[in-house]
Design a protein around this ligand. Structure first.
Ligand code: NAG
Length: 266
């Protein structure tokens, strides 16, 4: 639910954007540009491989700083490329602040999603979560994982995603594994081309009471600025090619086609 809120907020902010408005399960959409390899970002300067939504982070020797100064700020970077199964690794210090949400998510055009989320009011945990085709289920998919001082210390959080399983990994330790069999309803396993979005937003400023509650309470903007720091981001695409497209409206990985390459698992 929470990430669906984020999705809606970002979709609203991103109305002029490329393919994210087109749901391939409902119509024919442009193909998703593929990463088809590996890329490292140190955020010492702005990269043209991202679109910024809701505000631009600042860049420097320490990496990217995502700052919320006032209500309505939600600095977010989204990759212009997609991966079709892969490995994403982020070194991050989450934002403090009641109701603040730091997030690193993988999201597809048909709204499959794999998430890391940190709450500003909880310096000792990170949440993992997933969604399939925008379906939230019973809001029972989030898991909490203890991490010491998420806001004061850099930790490395990774997602390793194949057709057989998703692993959430903290500082090299697997803390959660999800298989297609474990995923809700048989069709909720994330399995379509994903872009990567990292950002910070104030769930505690939402008009939705449930979101405020989940985010840990109302955000007090007199305590701003709230800062999230990203030192590095490493992304590997397990598939290859120029672009990925949906062969039909099933949303299954078997239906995804690569232009000029191969989908992992075929
Ligand atoms: C979608 O494509 C896949 C792979 O070609 C195929 O197995 C599946 O039956 C198709 N589903 C629909 C609903 O057309």
């Amino acid at each position: 639910m929470r990430s669906s809120f984020l999705t809606l907020a970002l979709a609203a902010l991103a109305t002029a954007q490329t393919t994210s408005n087109c749901n391939p399960l409902k119509k024919t959409c442009p193909a998703d540009p593929a990463l088809g390899g590996h890329v490292d970002f140190d955020f010492k300067s702005k990269s043209d491989r991202f679109t910024s939504i809701g505000g631009e982070p600042s860049y420097g020797t320490d990496g990217a700083t995502f700052t919320i100064n006032k209500e309505g700020d939600a600095p977010t970077l989204g990759t212009k490329f997609y991966i079709m199964f892969g490995h994403v690794e982020i070194k991050i210090k989450a934002s403090p602040g009641t109701g603040l949400v730091s997030s690193a998510i993988l999201q597809s055009d048909d709204l499959d999603e794999i998430d890391w989320e940190w709450l500003g009011g909880d310096n000792g945990n990170v949440q993992s979560n997933y969604f399939g085709k925008g379906i939230t289920g019973n809001y029972d998919r989030a898991a909490f994982h203890p991490v010491s001082d998420t806001q004061g210390q850099y930790h490395t959080y990774a997602i390793d995603w194949t057709k057989d399983r998703i692993q959430w990994i903290i500082d090299g330790n697997v803390v959660r594994t999800l298989t297609p069999q474990d995923a809700d309803n048989g069709n909720q396993y994330p399995q379509s081309p994903m872009n990567i979005r990292i950002g910070s937003w104030a769930g505690g400023a939402s008009e939705n009471e449930g979101t405020v509650e989940w985010a840990g309470g109302k955000t007090d903007f007199s305590q701003a600025p709230f800062k999230m720091f990203v030192e590095s981001l490493a992304i590997t695409d397990y598939s290859t090619g120029q672009s990925y497209s949906y062969g039909n409206n099933s949303g299954t990985w078997q239906s995804i086609k690569s232009d000029g390459g191969k989908i992992e698992g075929t």
